[in-house]
Design a protein around this ligand. Structure first.
Ligand SMILES: Nc1ncnc2c1ncn2[C@@H]1O[C@H](COP(=O)(O)OP(=O)(O)O)[C@@H](O)[C@H]1O
Ligand SMILES: [Mg+2]
Length: 425
């Protein structure tokens, strides 16, 4: 290499490390945690209106209705609950009414004690209450005592948002909070509950006592359609530089996301991934191809995370189905074929083959993760009925992740080839 070549190379690499980005101008608008400005919340007017009408009594210091929001992930439940409760706090304060608000993520604070502790620690202001809420060494009933204390000293109304409420170990907290006034635990302050769950059947798991005490309203968030997602994405175009994003690209993102899931989080991620691809290949603008490539990347990322959390045997069972699907993409596969393919995978990887029953249990775990669909055909559990396994993800995407691991690299294809020969016989 001559000195000139070296200099040229250094120049070519210059812009790789430059702070300027030709694609993004404000990338944080596409971050998972970014909360859009109220005027940038699209397509949820009706849900917000109903939420507001349930919570509105709080504005004048009256008791609000409890309300539960249901819907799949990425349908805007947390966003709308956050927005509506904030609005109530602000409007109430203009009226001289003090409304407190606390959001508890029950997937993190998943026991009654932890959730109550999180609530009281956030709602407390030790300068005003003189109360110190310890992090440890205190039991559930003491946290409750402190909570009632804080509520009555500080607020007229408190709105408690229990996000991912189905992750709580039991429903006692719902009973305690909804009965607090009636049970004489608090007298000045009243409590409004906003529960949020991805599981539409959550309510049926609650005890009758809890249901009758809650008397909650229910709002269902349906998945977003193409137009909704288009509007949501359009509100984030400021993330990109001028002339980087075209109408075609936004439409493609919205269509793909609407067809697949109707999830706003994934649609926004898709746009960000497409932007990152454009940025890394040195383009000045996003193309529809960038979006399509990004869907594959997103799928691979998602699967990579699931893969990392799976055991070796669990991986082997999935690889069996993948090897079959590589040969016949649209087909569903019967248990004996899946098990035979699994035995091939075990033979190729030096794993000991588990029983059919165990393999079935492991496949059910993939079904739970929505990688696999398992249906019984032939009617009920009667003789002649059997299970059909169908892969819900692109087998070549899954295989590419298997190929990244030492143990499974190259294995699925080999098993798949064996199968082709079989079905040709
Ligand atoms: N109607 C909407 N307008 C703008 N952004 C939205 C909308 N709905 C969802 N989002 C964005 O999509 C992501 C997922 O929304 P989120 O409220 O967390 O969904 P959920 O709680 O139903 O899983 C968030 O980043 C949120 O800001
Ligand atoms: Mg949420």
């Amino acid at each position: 290499m001559t000195r000139d070549d070296g200099r040229e190379n250094a120049n070519a690499l210059d812009d790789v490390f430059s702070a300027r980005d030709s694609i993004f101008s404000e990338k944080r608008l596409l971050d998972v945690g970014h909360v859009p400005e109220p005027e940038h919340i699209a397509a949820r007017n009706e849900e917000i209106r109903r939420l507001a009408s349930a919570l509105n009594p709080a504005v004048t210091g009256e008791t609000p209705s409890n309300v539960f929001l249901y819907g799949k992930t990425g349908s805007g439940k947390s966003l709308c609950a956050g927005y509506a409760t904030n609005q109530i706090v602000d409007t109430a304060s203009e009226n001289g009414v003090s409304v407190g608000r606390v959001v508890v993520d029950c997937s993190q604070e998943n026991t009654e004690t932890r959730a109550i502790r999180a609530m009281v620690r956030r709602l407390n202001d030790s300068e005003k209450t003189g109360l110190v809420v310890p992090e440890t060494g205190v039991g559930r009933s003491q946290y409750y005592e402190q909570l009632w204390d804080v509520l009555d000293t500080r607020f007229d109304v408190v709105l408690t948002v229990l996000d991912e409420v189905d992750c709580l170990e039991d429903d006692d907290i719902l009973l305690q909070l909804s009965r607090a006034t009636e049970a004489g635990k608090i007298d000045r302050c009243s409590v409004g509950l906003v529960g949020i769950s991805n599981k539409i059947k959550y309510r049926s798991q609650l005890r009758e006592r809890v249901k009758s005490s809650l008397q909650e309203r229910e709002i269902v968030f349906t998945p977003y359609n193409r137009e909704d997602l288009h509007a949501i994405l359009n509100n984030r175009t400021a993330a990109f530089g001028a002339d980087v994003l075209s109408e075609d690209v936004v439409s493609e993102c919205a269509s793909l996301a609407a067809e697949e899931h109707g999830d706003a989080r994934k649609a926004i991620n898709l746009l960000r991934h497409a932007g990152e691809l454009a940025s890394s290949d040195g383009s000045d603008a996003l193309t529809v191809e960038h979006v399509r490539d990004a869907t594959t990347l997103a799928e691979r990322d998602r699967f990579r995370a699931l893969f990392a959390g799976a055991t070796i045997q669990q991986k082997a069972t999935l690889l069996a189905v993948v090897s079959l699907a590589l040969v016949e993409k649209t087909r569903t596969f019967k248990t004996p074929d899946v098990y035979a393919a699994y035995e091939d995978v075990c033979a190729d990887t030096g794993l000991e083959a588990l029983s059919k029953r165990r393999v079935h249990d492991l496949l059910r775990e993939w079904e739970f993760l929505e990688v696999l669909d398992i249906t019984r055909t032939g009617g009920g559990r009667a003789r002649g009925s059997h299970l059909r396994h169908r892969l819900l993800e692109d087998p070549s995407v899954i295989l590419s992740v298997f190929d990244e691991s030492d143990r499974f690299a190259g294995v699925g294809v080999a098993a798949g080839t064996t199968r082709t020969t079989w079905s040709n016989i």
